[in-house]
Design a protein around this ligand. Sequence first.
Ligand code: ARG
Length: 461
Amino acid sequence: ERLALWGGRFGSGPAAALAALSKSTHFDWRLASYDIRGSKAHANVLHAAGLLDDAALATMQDALDRLAEDVASGAFVAAEDDEDVHTALERGLIERAGADVGGRLRAGRSRNDQIATLIRLFVRDQARVIGAAVLDLVDVLQARAVEVHGAPMPGRTHLQHAQPVLLSHHLLAHAWPLLRDVERLRDLDVRAAVSPYGSGALAGSSLGLDPEAVAAELGFASAVHNSIDGTAARDIAAEFSFVLAMIAIDVSRLAEEVIAWNTKEFSFITLDDAYSTGSSIMPQKKNPDIAELARGKAGRVIGDHTGLLATLKALPLAYNRDLQEDKEPVFDQVDSLMLVLPAFTGMVATMVFHTDRMAELAPQGFSLATDIAEHLVRRGVPFREAHEISGACVRVAEAQDKELADLTDAEFAEISEHLDPTVREVLTVAGSIASRDAKGGTAPVRVAEQEAEAAAASARL
Ligand code: ARG
């Protein structure tokens, strides 16, 4: 007996090479429980349309429930010659309900609308799972920020010392993009919550089936406006895939800093033994492998996204078999992130910050030069001139290999008449940090607000 769903007009079975190429059960099996949920909803609309009598519906639903249990327990699995998850599950249904009842389910639907629906169900569920894992990382960043509140560090631009900032401020600057990523996962659900079921192969159903009823039963907000679009579109998967790539990128940016901070030269952090690795040859080594793998997997996750976009580019309407390639990249992204995020969160939760070292470096590299200029502006000096004067201070200090605070009163006075000893008030890290007290700034009072805001944003999501 032929196992393919499309055997009627063929004189021979598929060549082995075709079957091998075509087969997708090794990855789309992951969607089996969604496919059965779709089948149960579809059985109900067939019944409502008078195409299944009460007894057949009961037999069908019972068989589908048993099939779902067998799939969950592993008692039912795809066979070698099942082409895809849909094929295998139809076989499983017929084994349980008999060919007369089981053979009725496929009326008015196509694998094209089935698979388009399943990928959306998957996206909707996984958006919640990934979102929760990202929020765990956000919560750890927020808690660590509160813990080190008040500790300064060198803030950098171009990787050069720029201005002193609070370590909490910096940690929260990694939390906010991740919060936006979770927001993106929530937003995209508005578009993902539209069901393609009932679109059929592309043109819709002629059997009086109600797509809105299926949509409601599957937890969607509505059915698609257009059945051609319903079967052909994968922008929902692509949007989800973009957000996953963005999450990987946002984590990778922090990973890069952790790797730098963990070097002898920075000595900003020590990683916990449980979240670092050793070297097989160098006994002294303690490596930041979690951060490196997070950074490395970001490349792979971006590749998954660009691969999916390339698959979609220039595909004519409606369904094309190319669309079978939509699943593996997205699955790989989900799996990669679900490996990275828990490990990364544990690493951030347990790393020790060397705040004394950060504080020591905070004023170095002339990072208080802007403070001199702004001090002069407050005393009525035009900023253009203040910038020049402050630059001259840097030049003089640099020539003597000392920091700005080490300039003598006489040296200041020689540089500019405006530079009396009151300038020393701003030449401290604490003074500089406290002065940046506008909303969003690094002043301790403002960062305390941001700590509360980040906690509230996370709790809302
Ligand atoms: N396995 C296919 C996919 O993942 C669905 C089957 C559609 N096949 C077809 N010949 N129309 O997209």
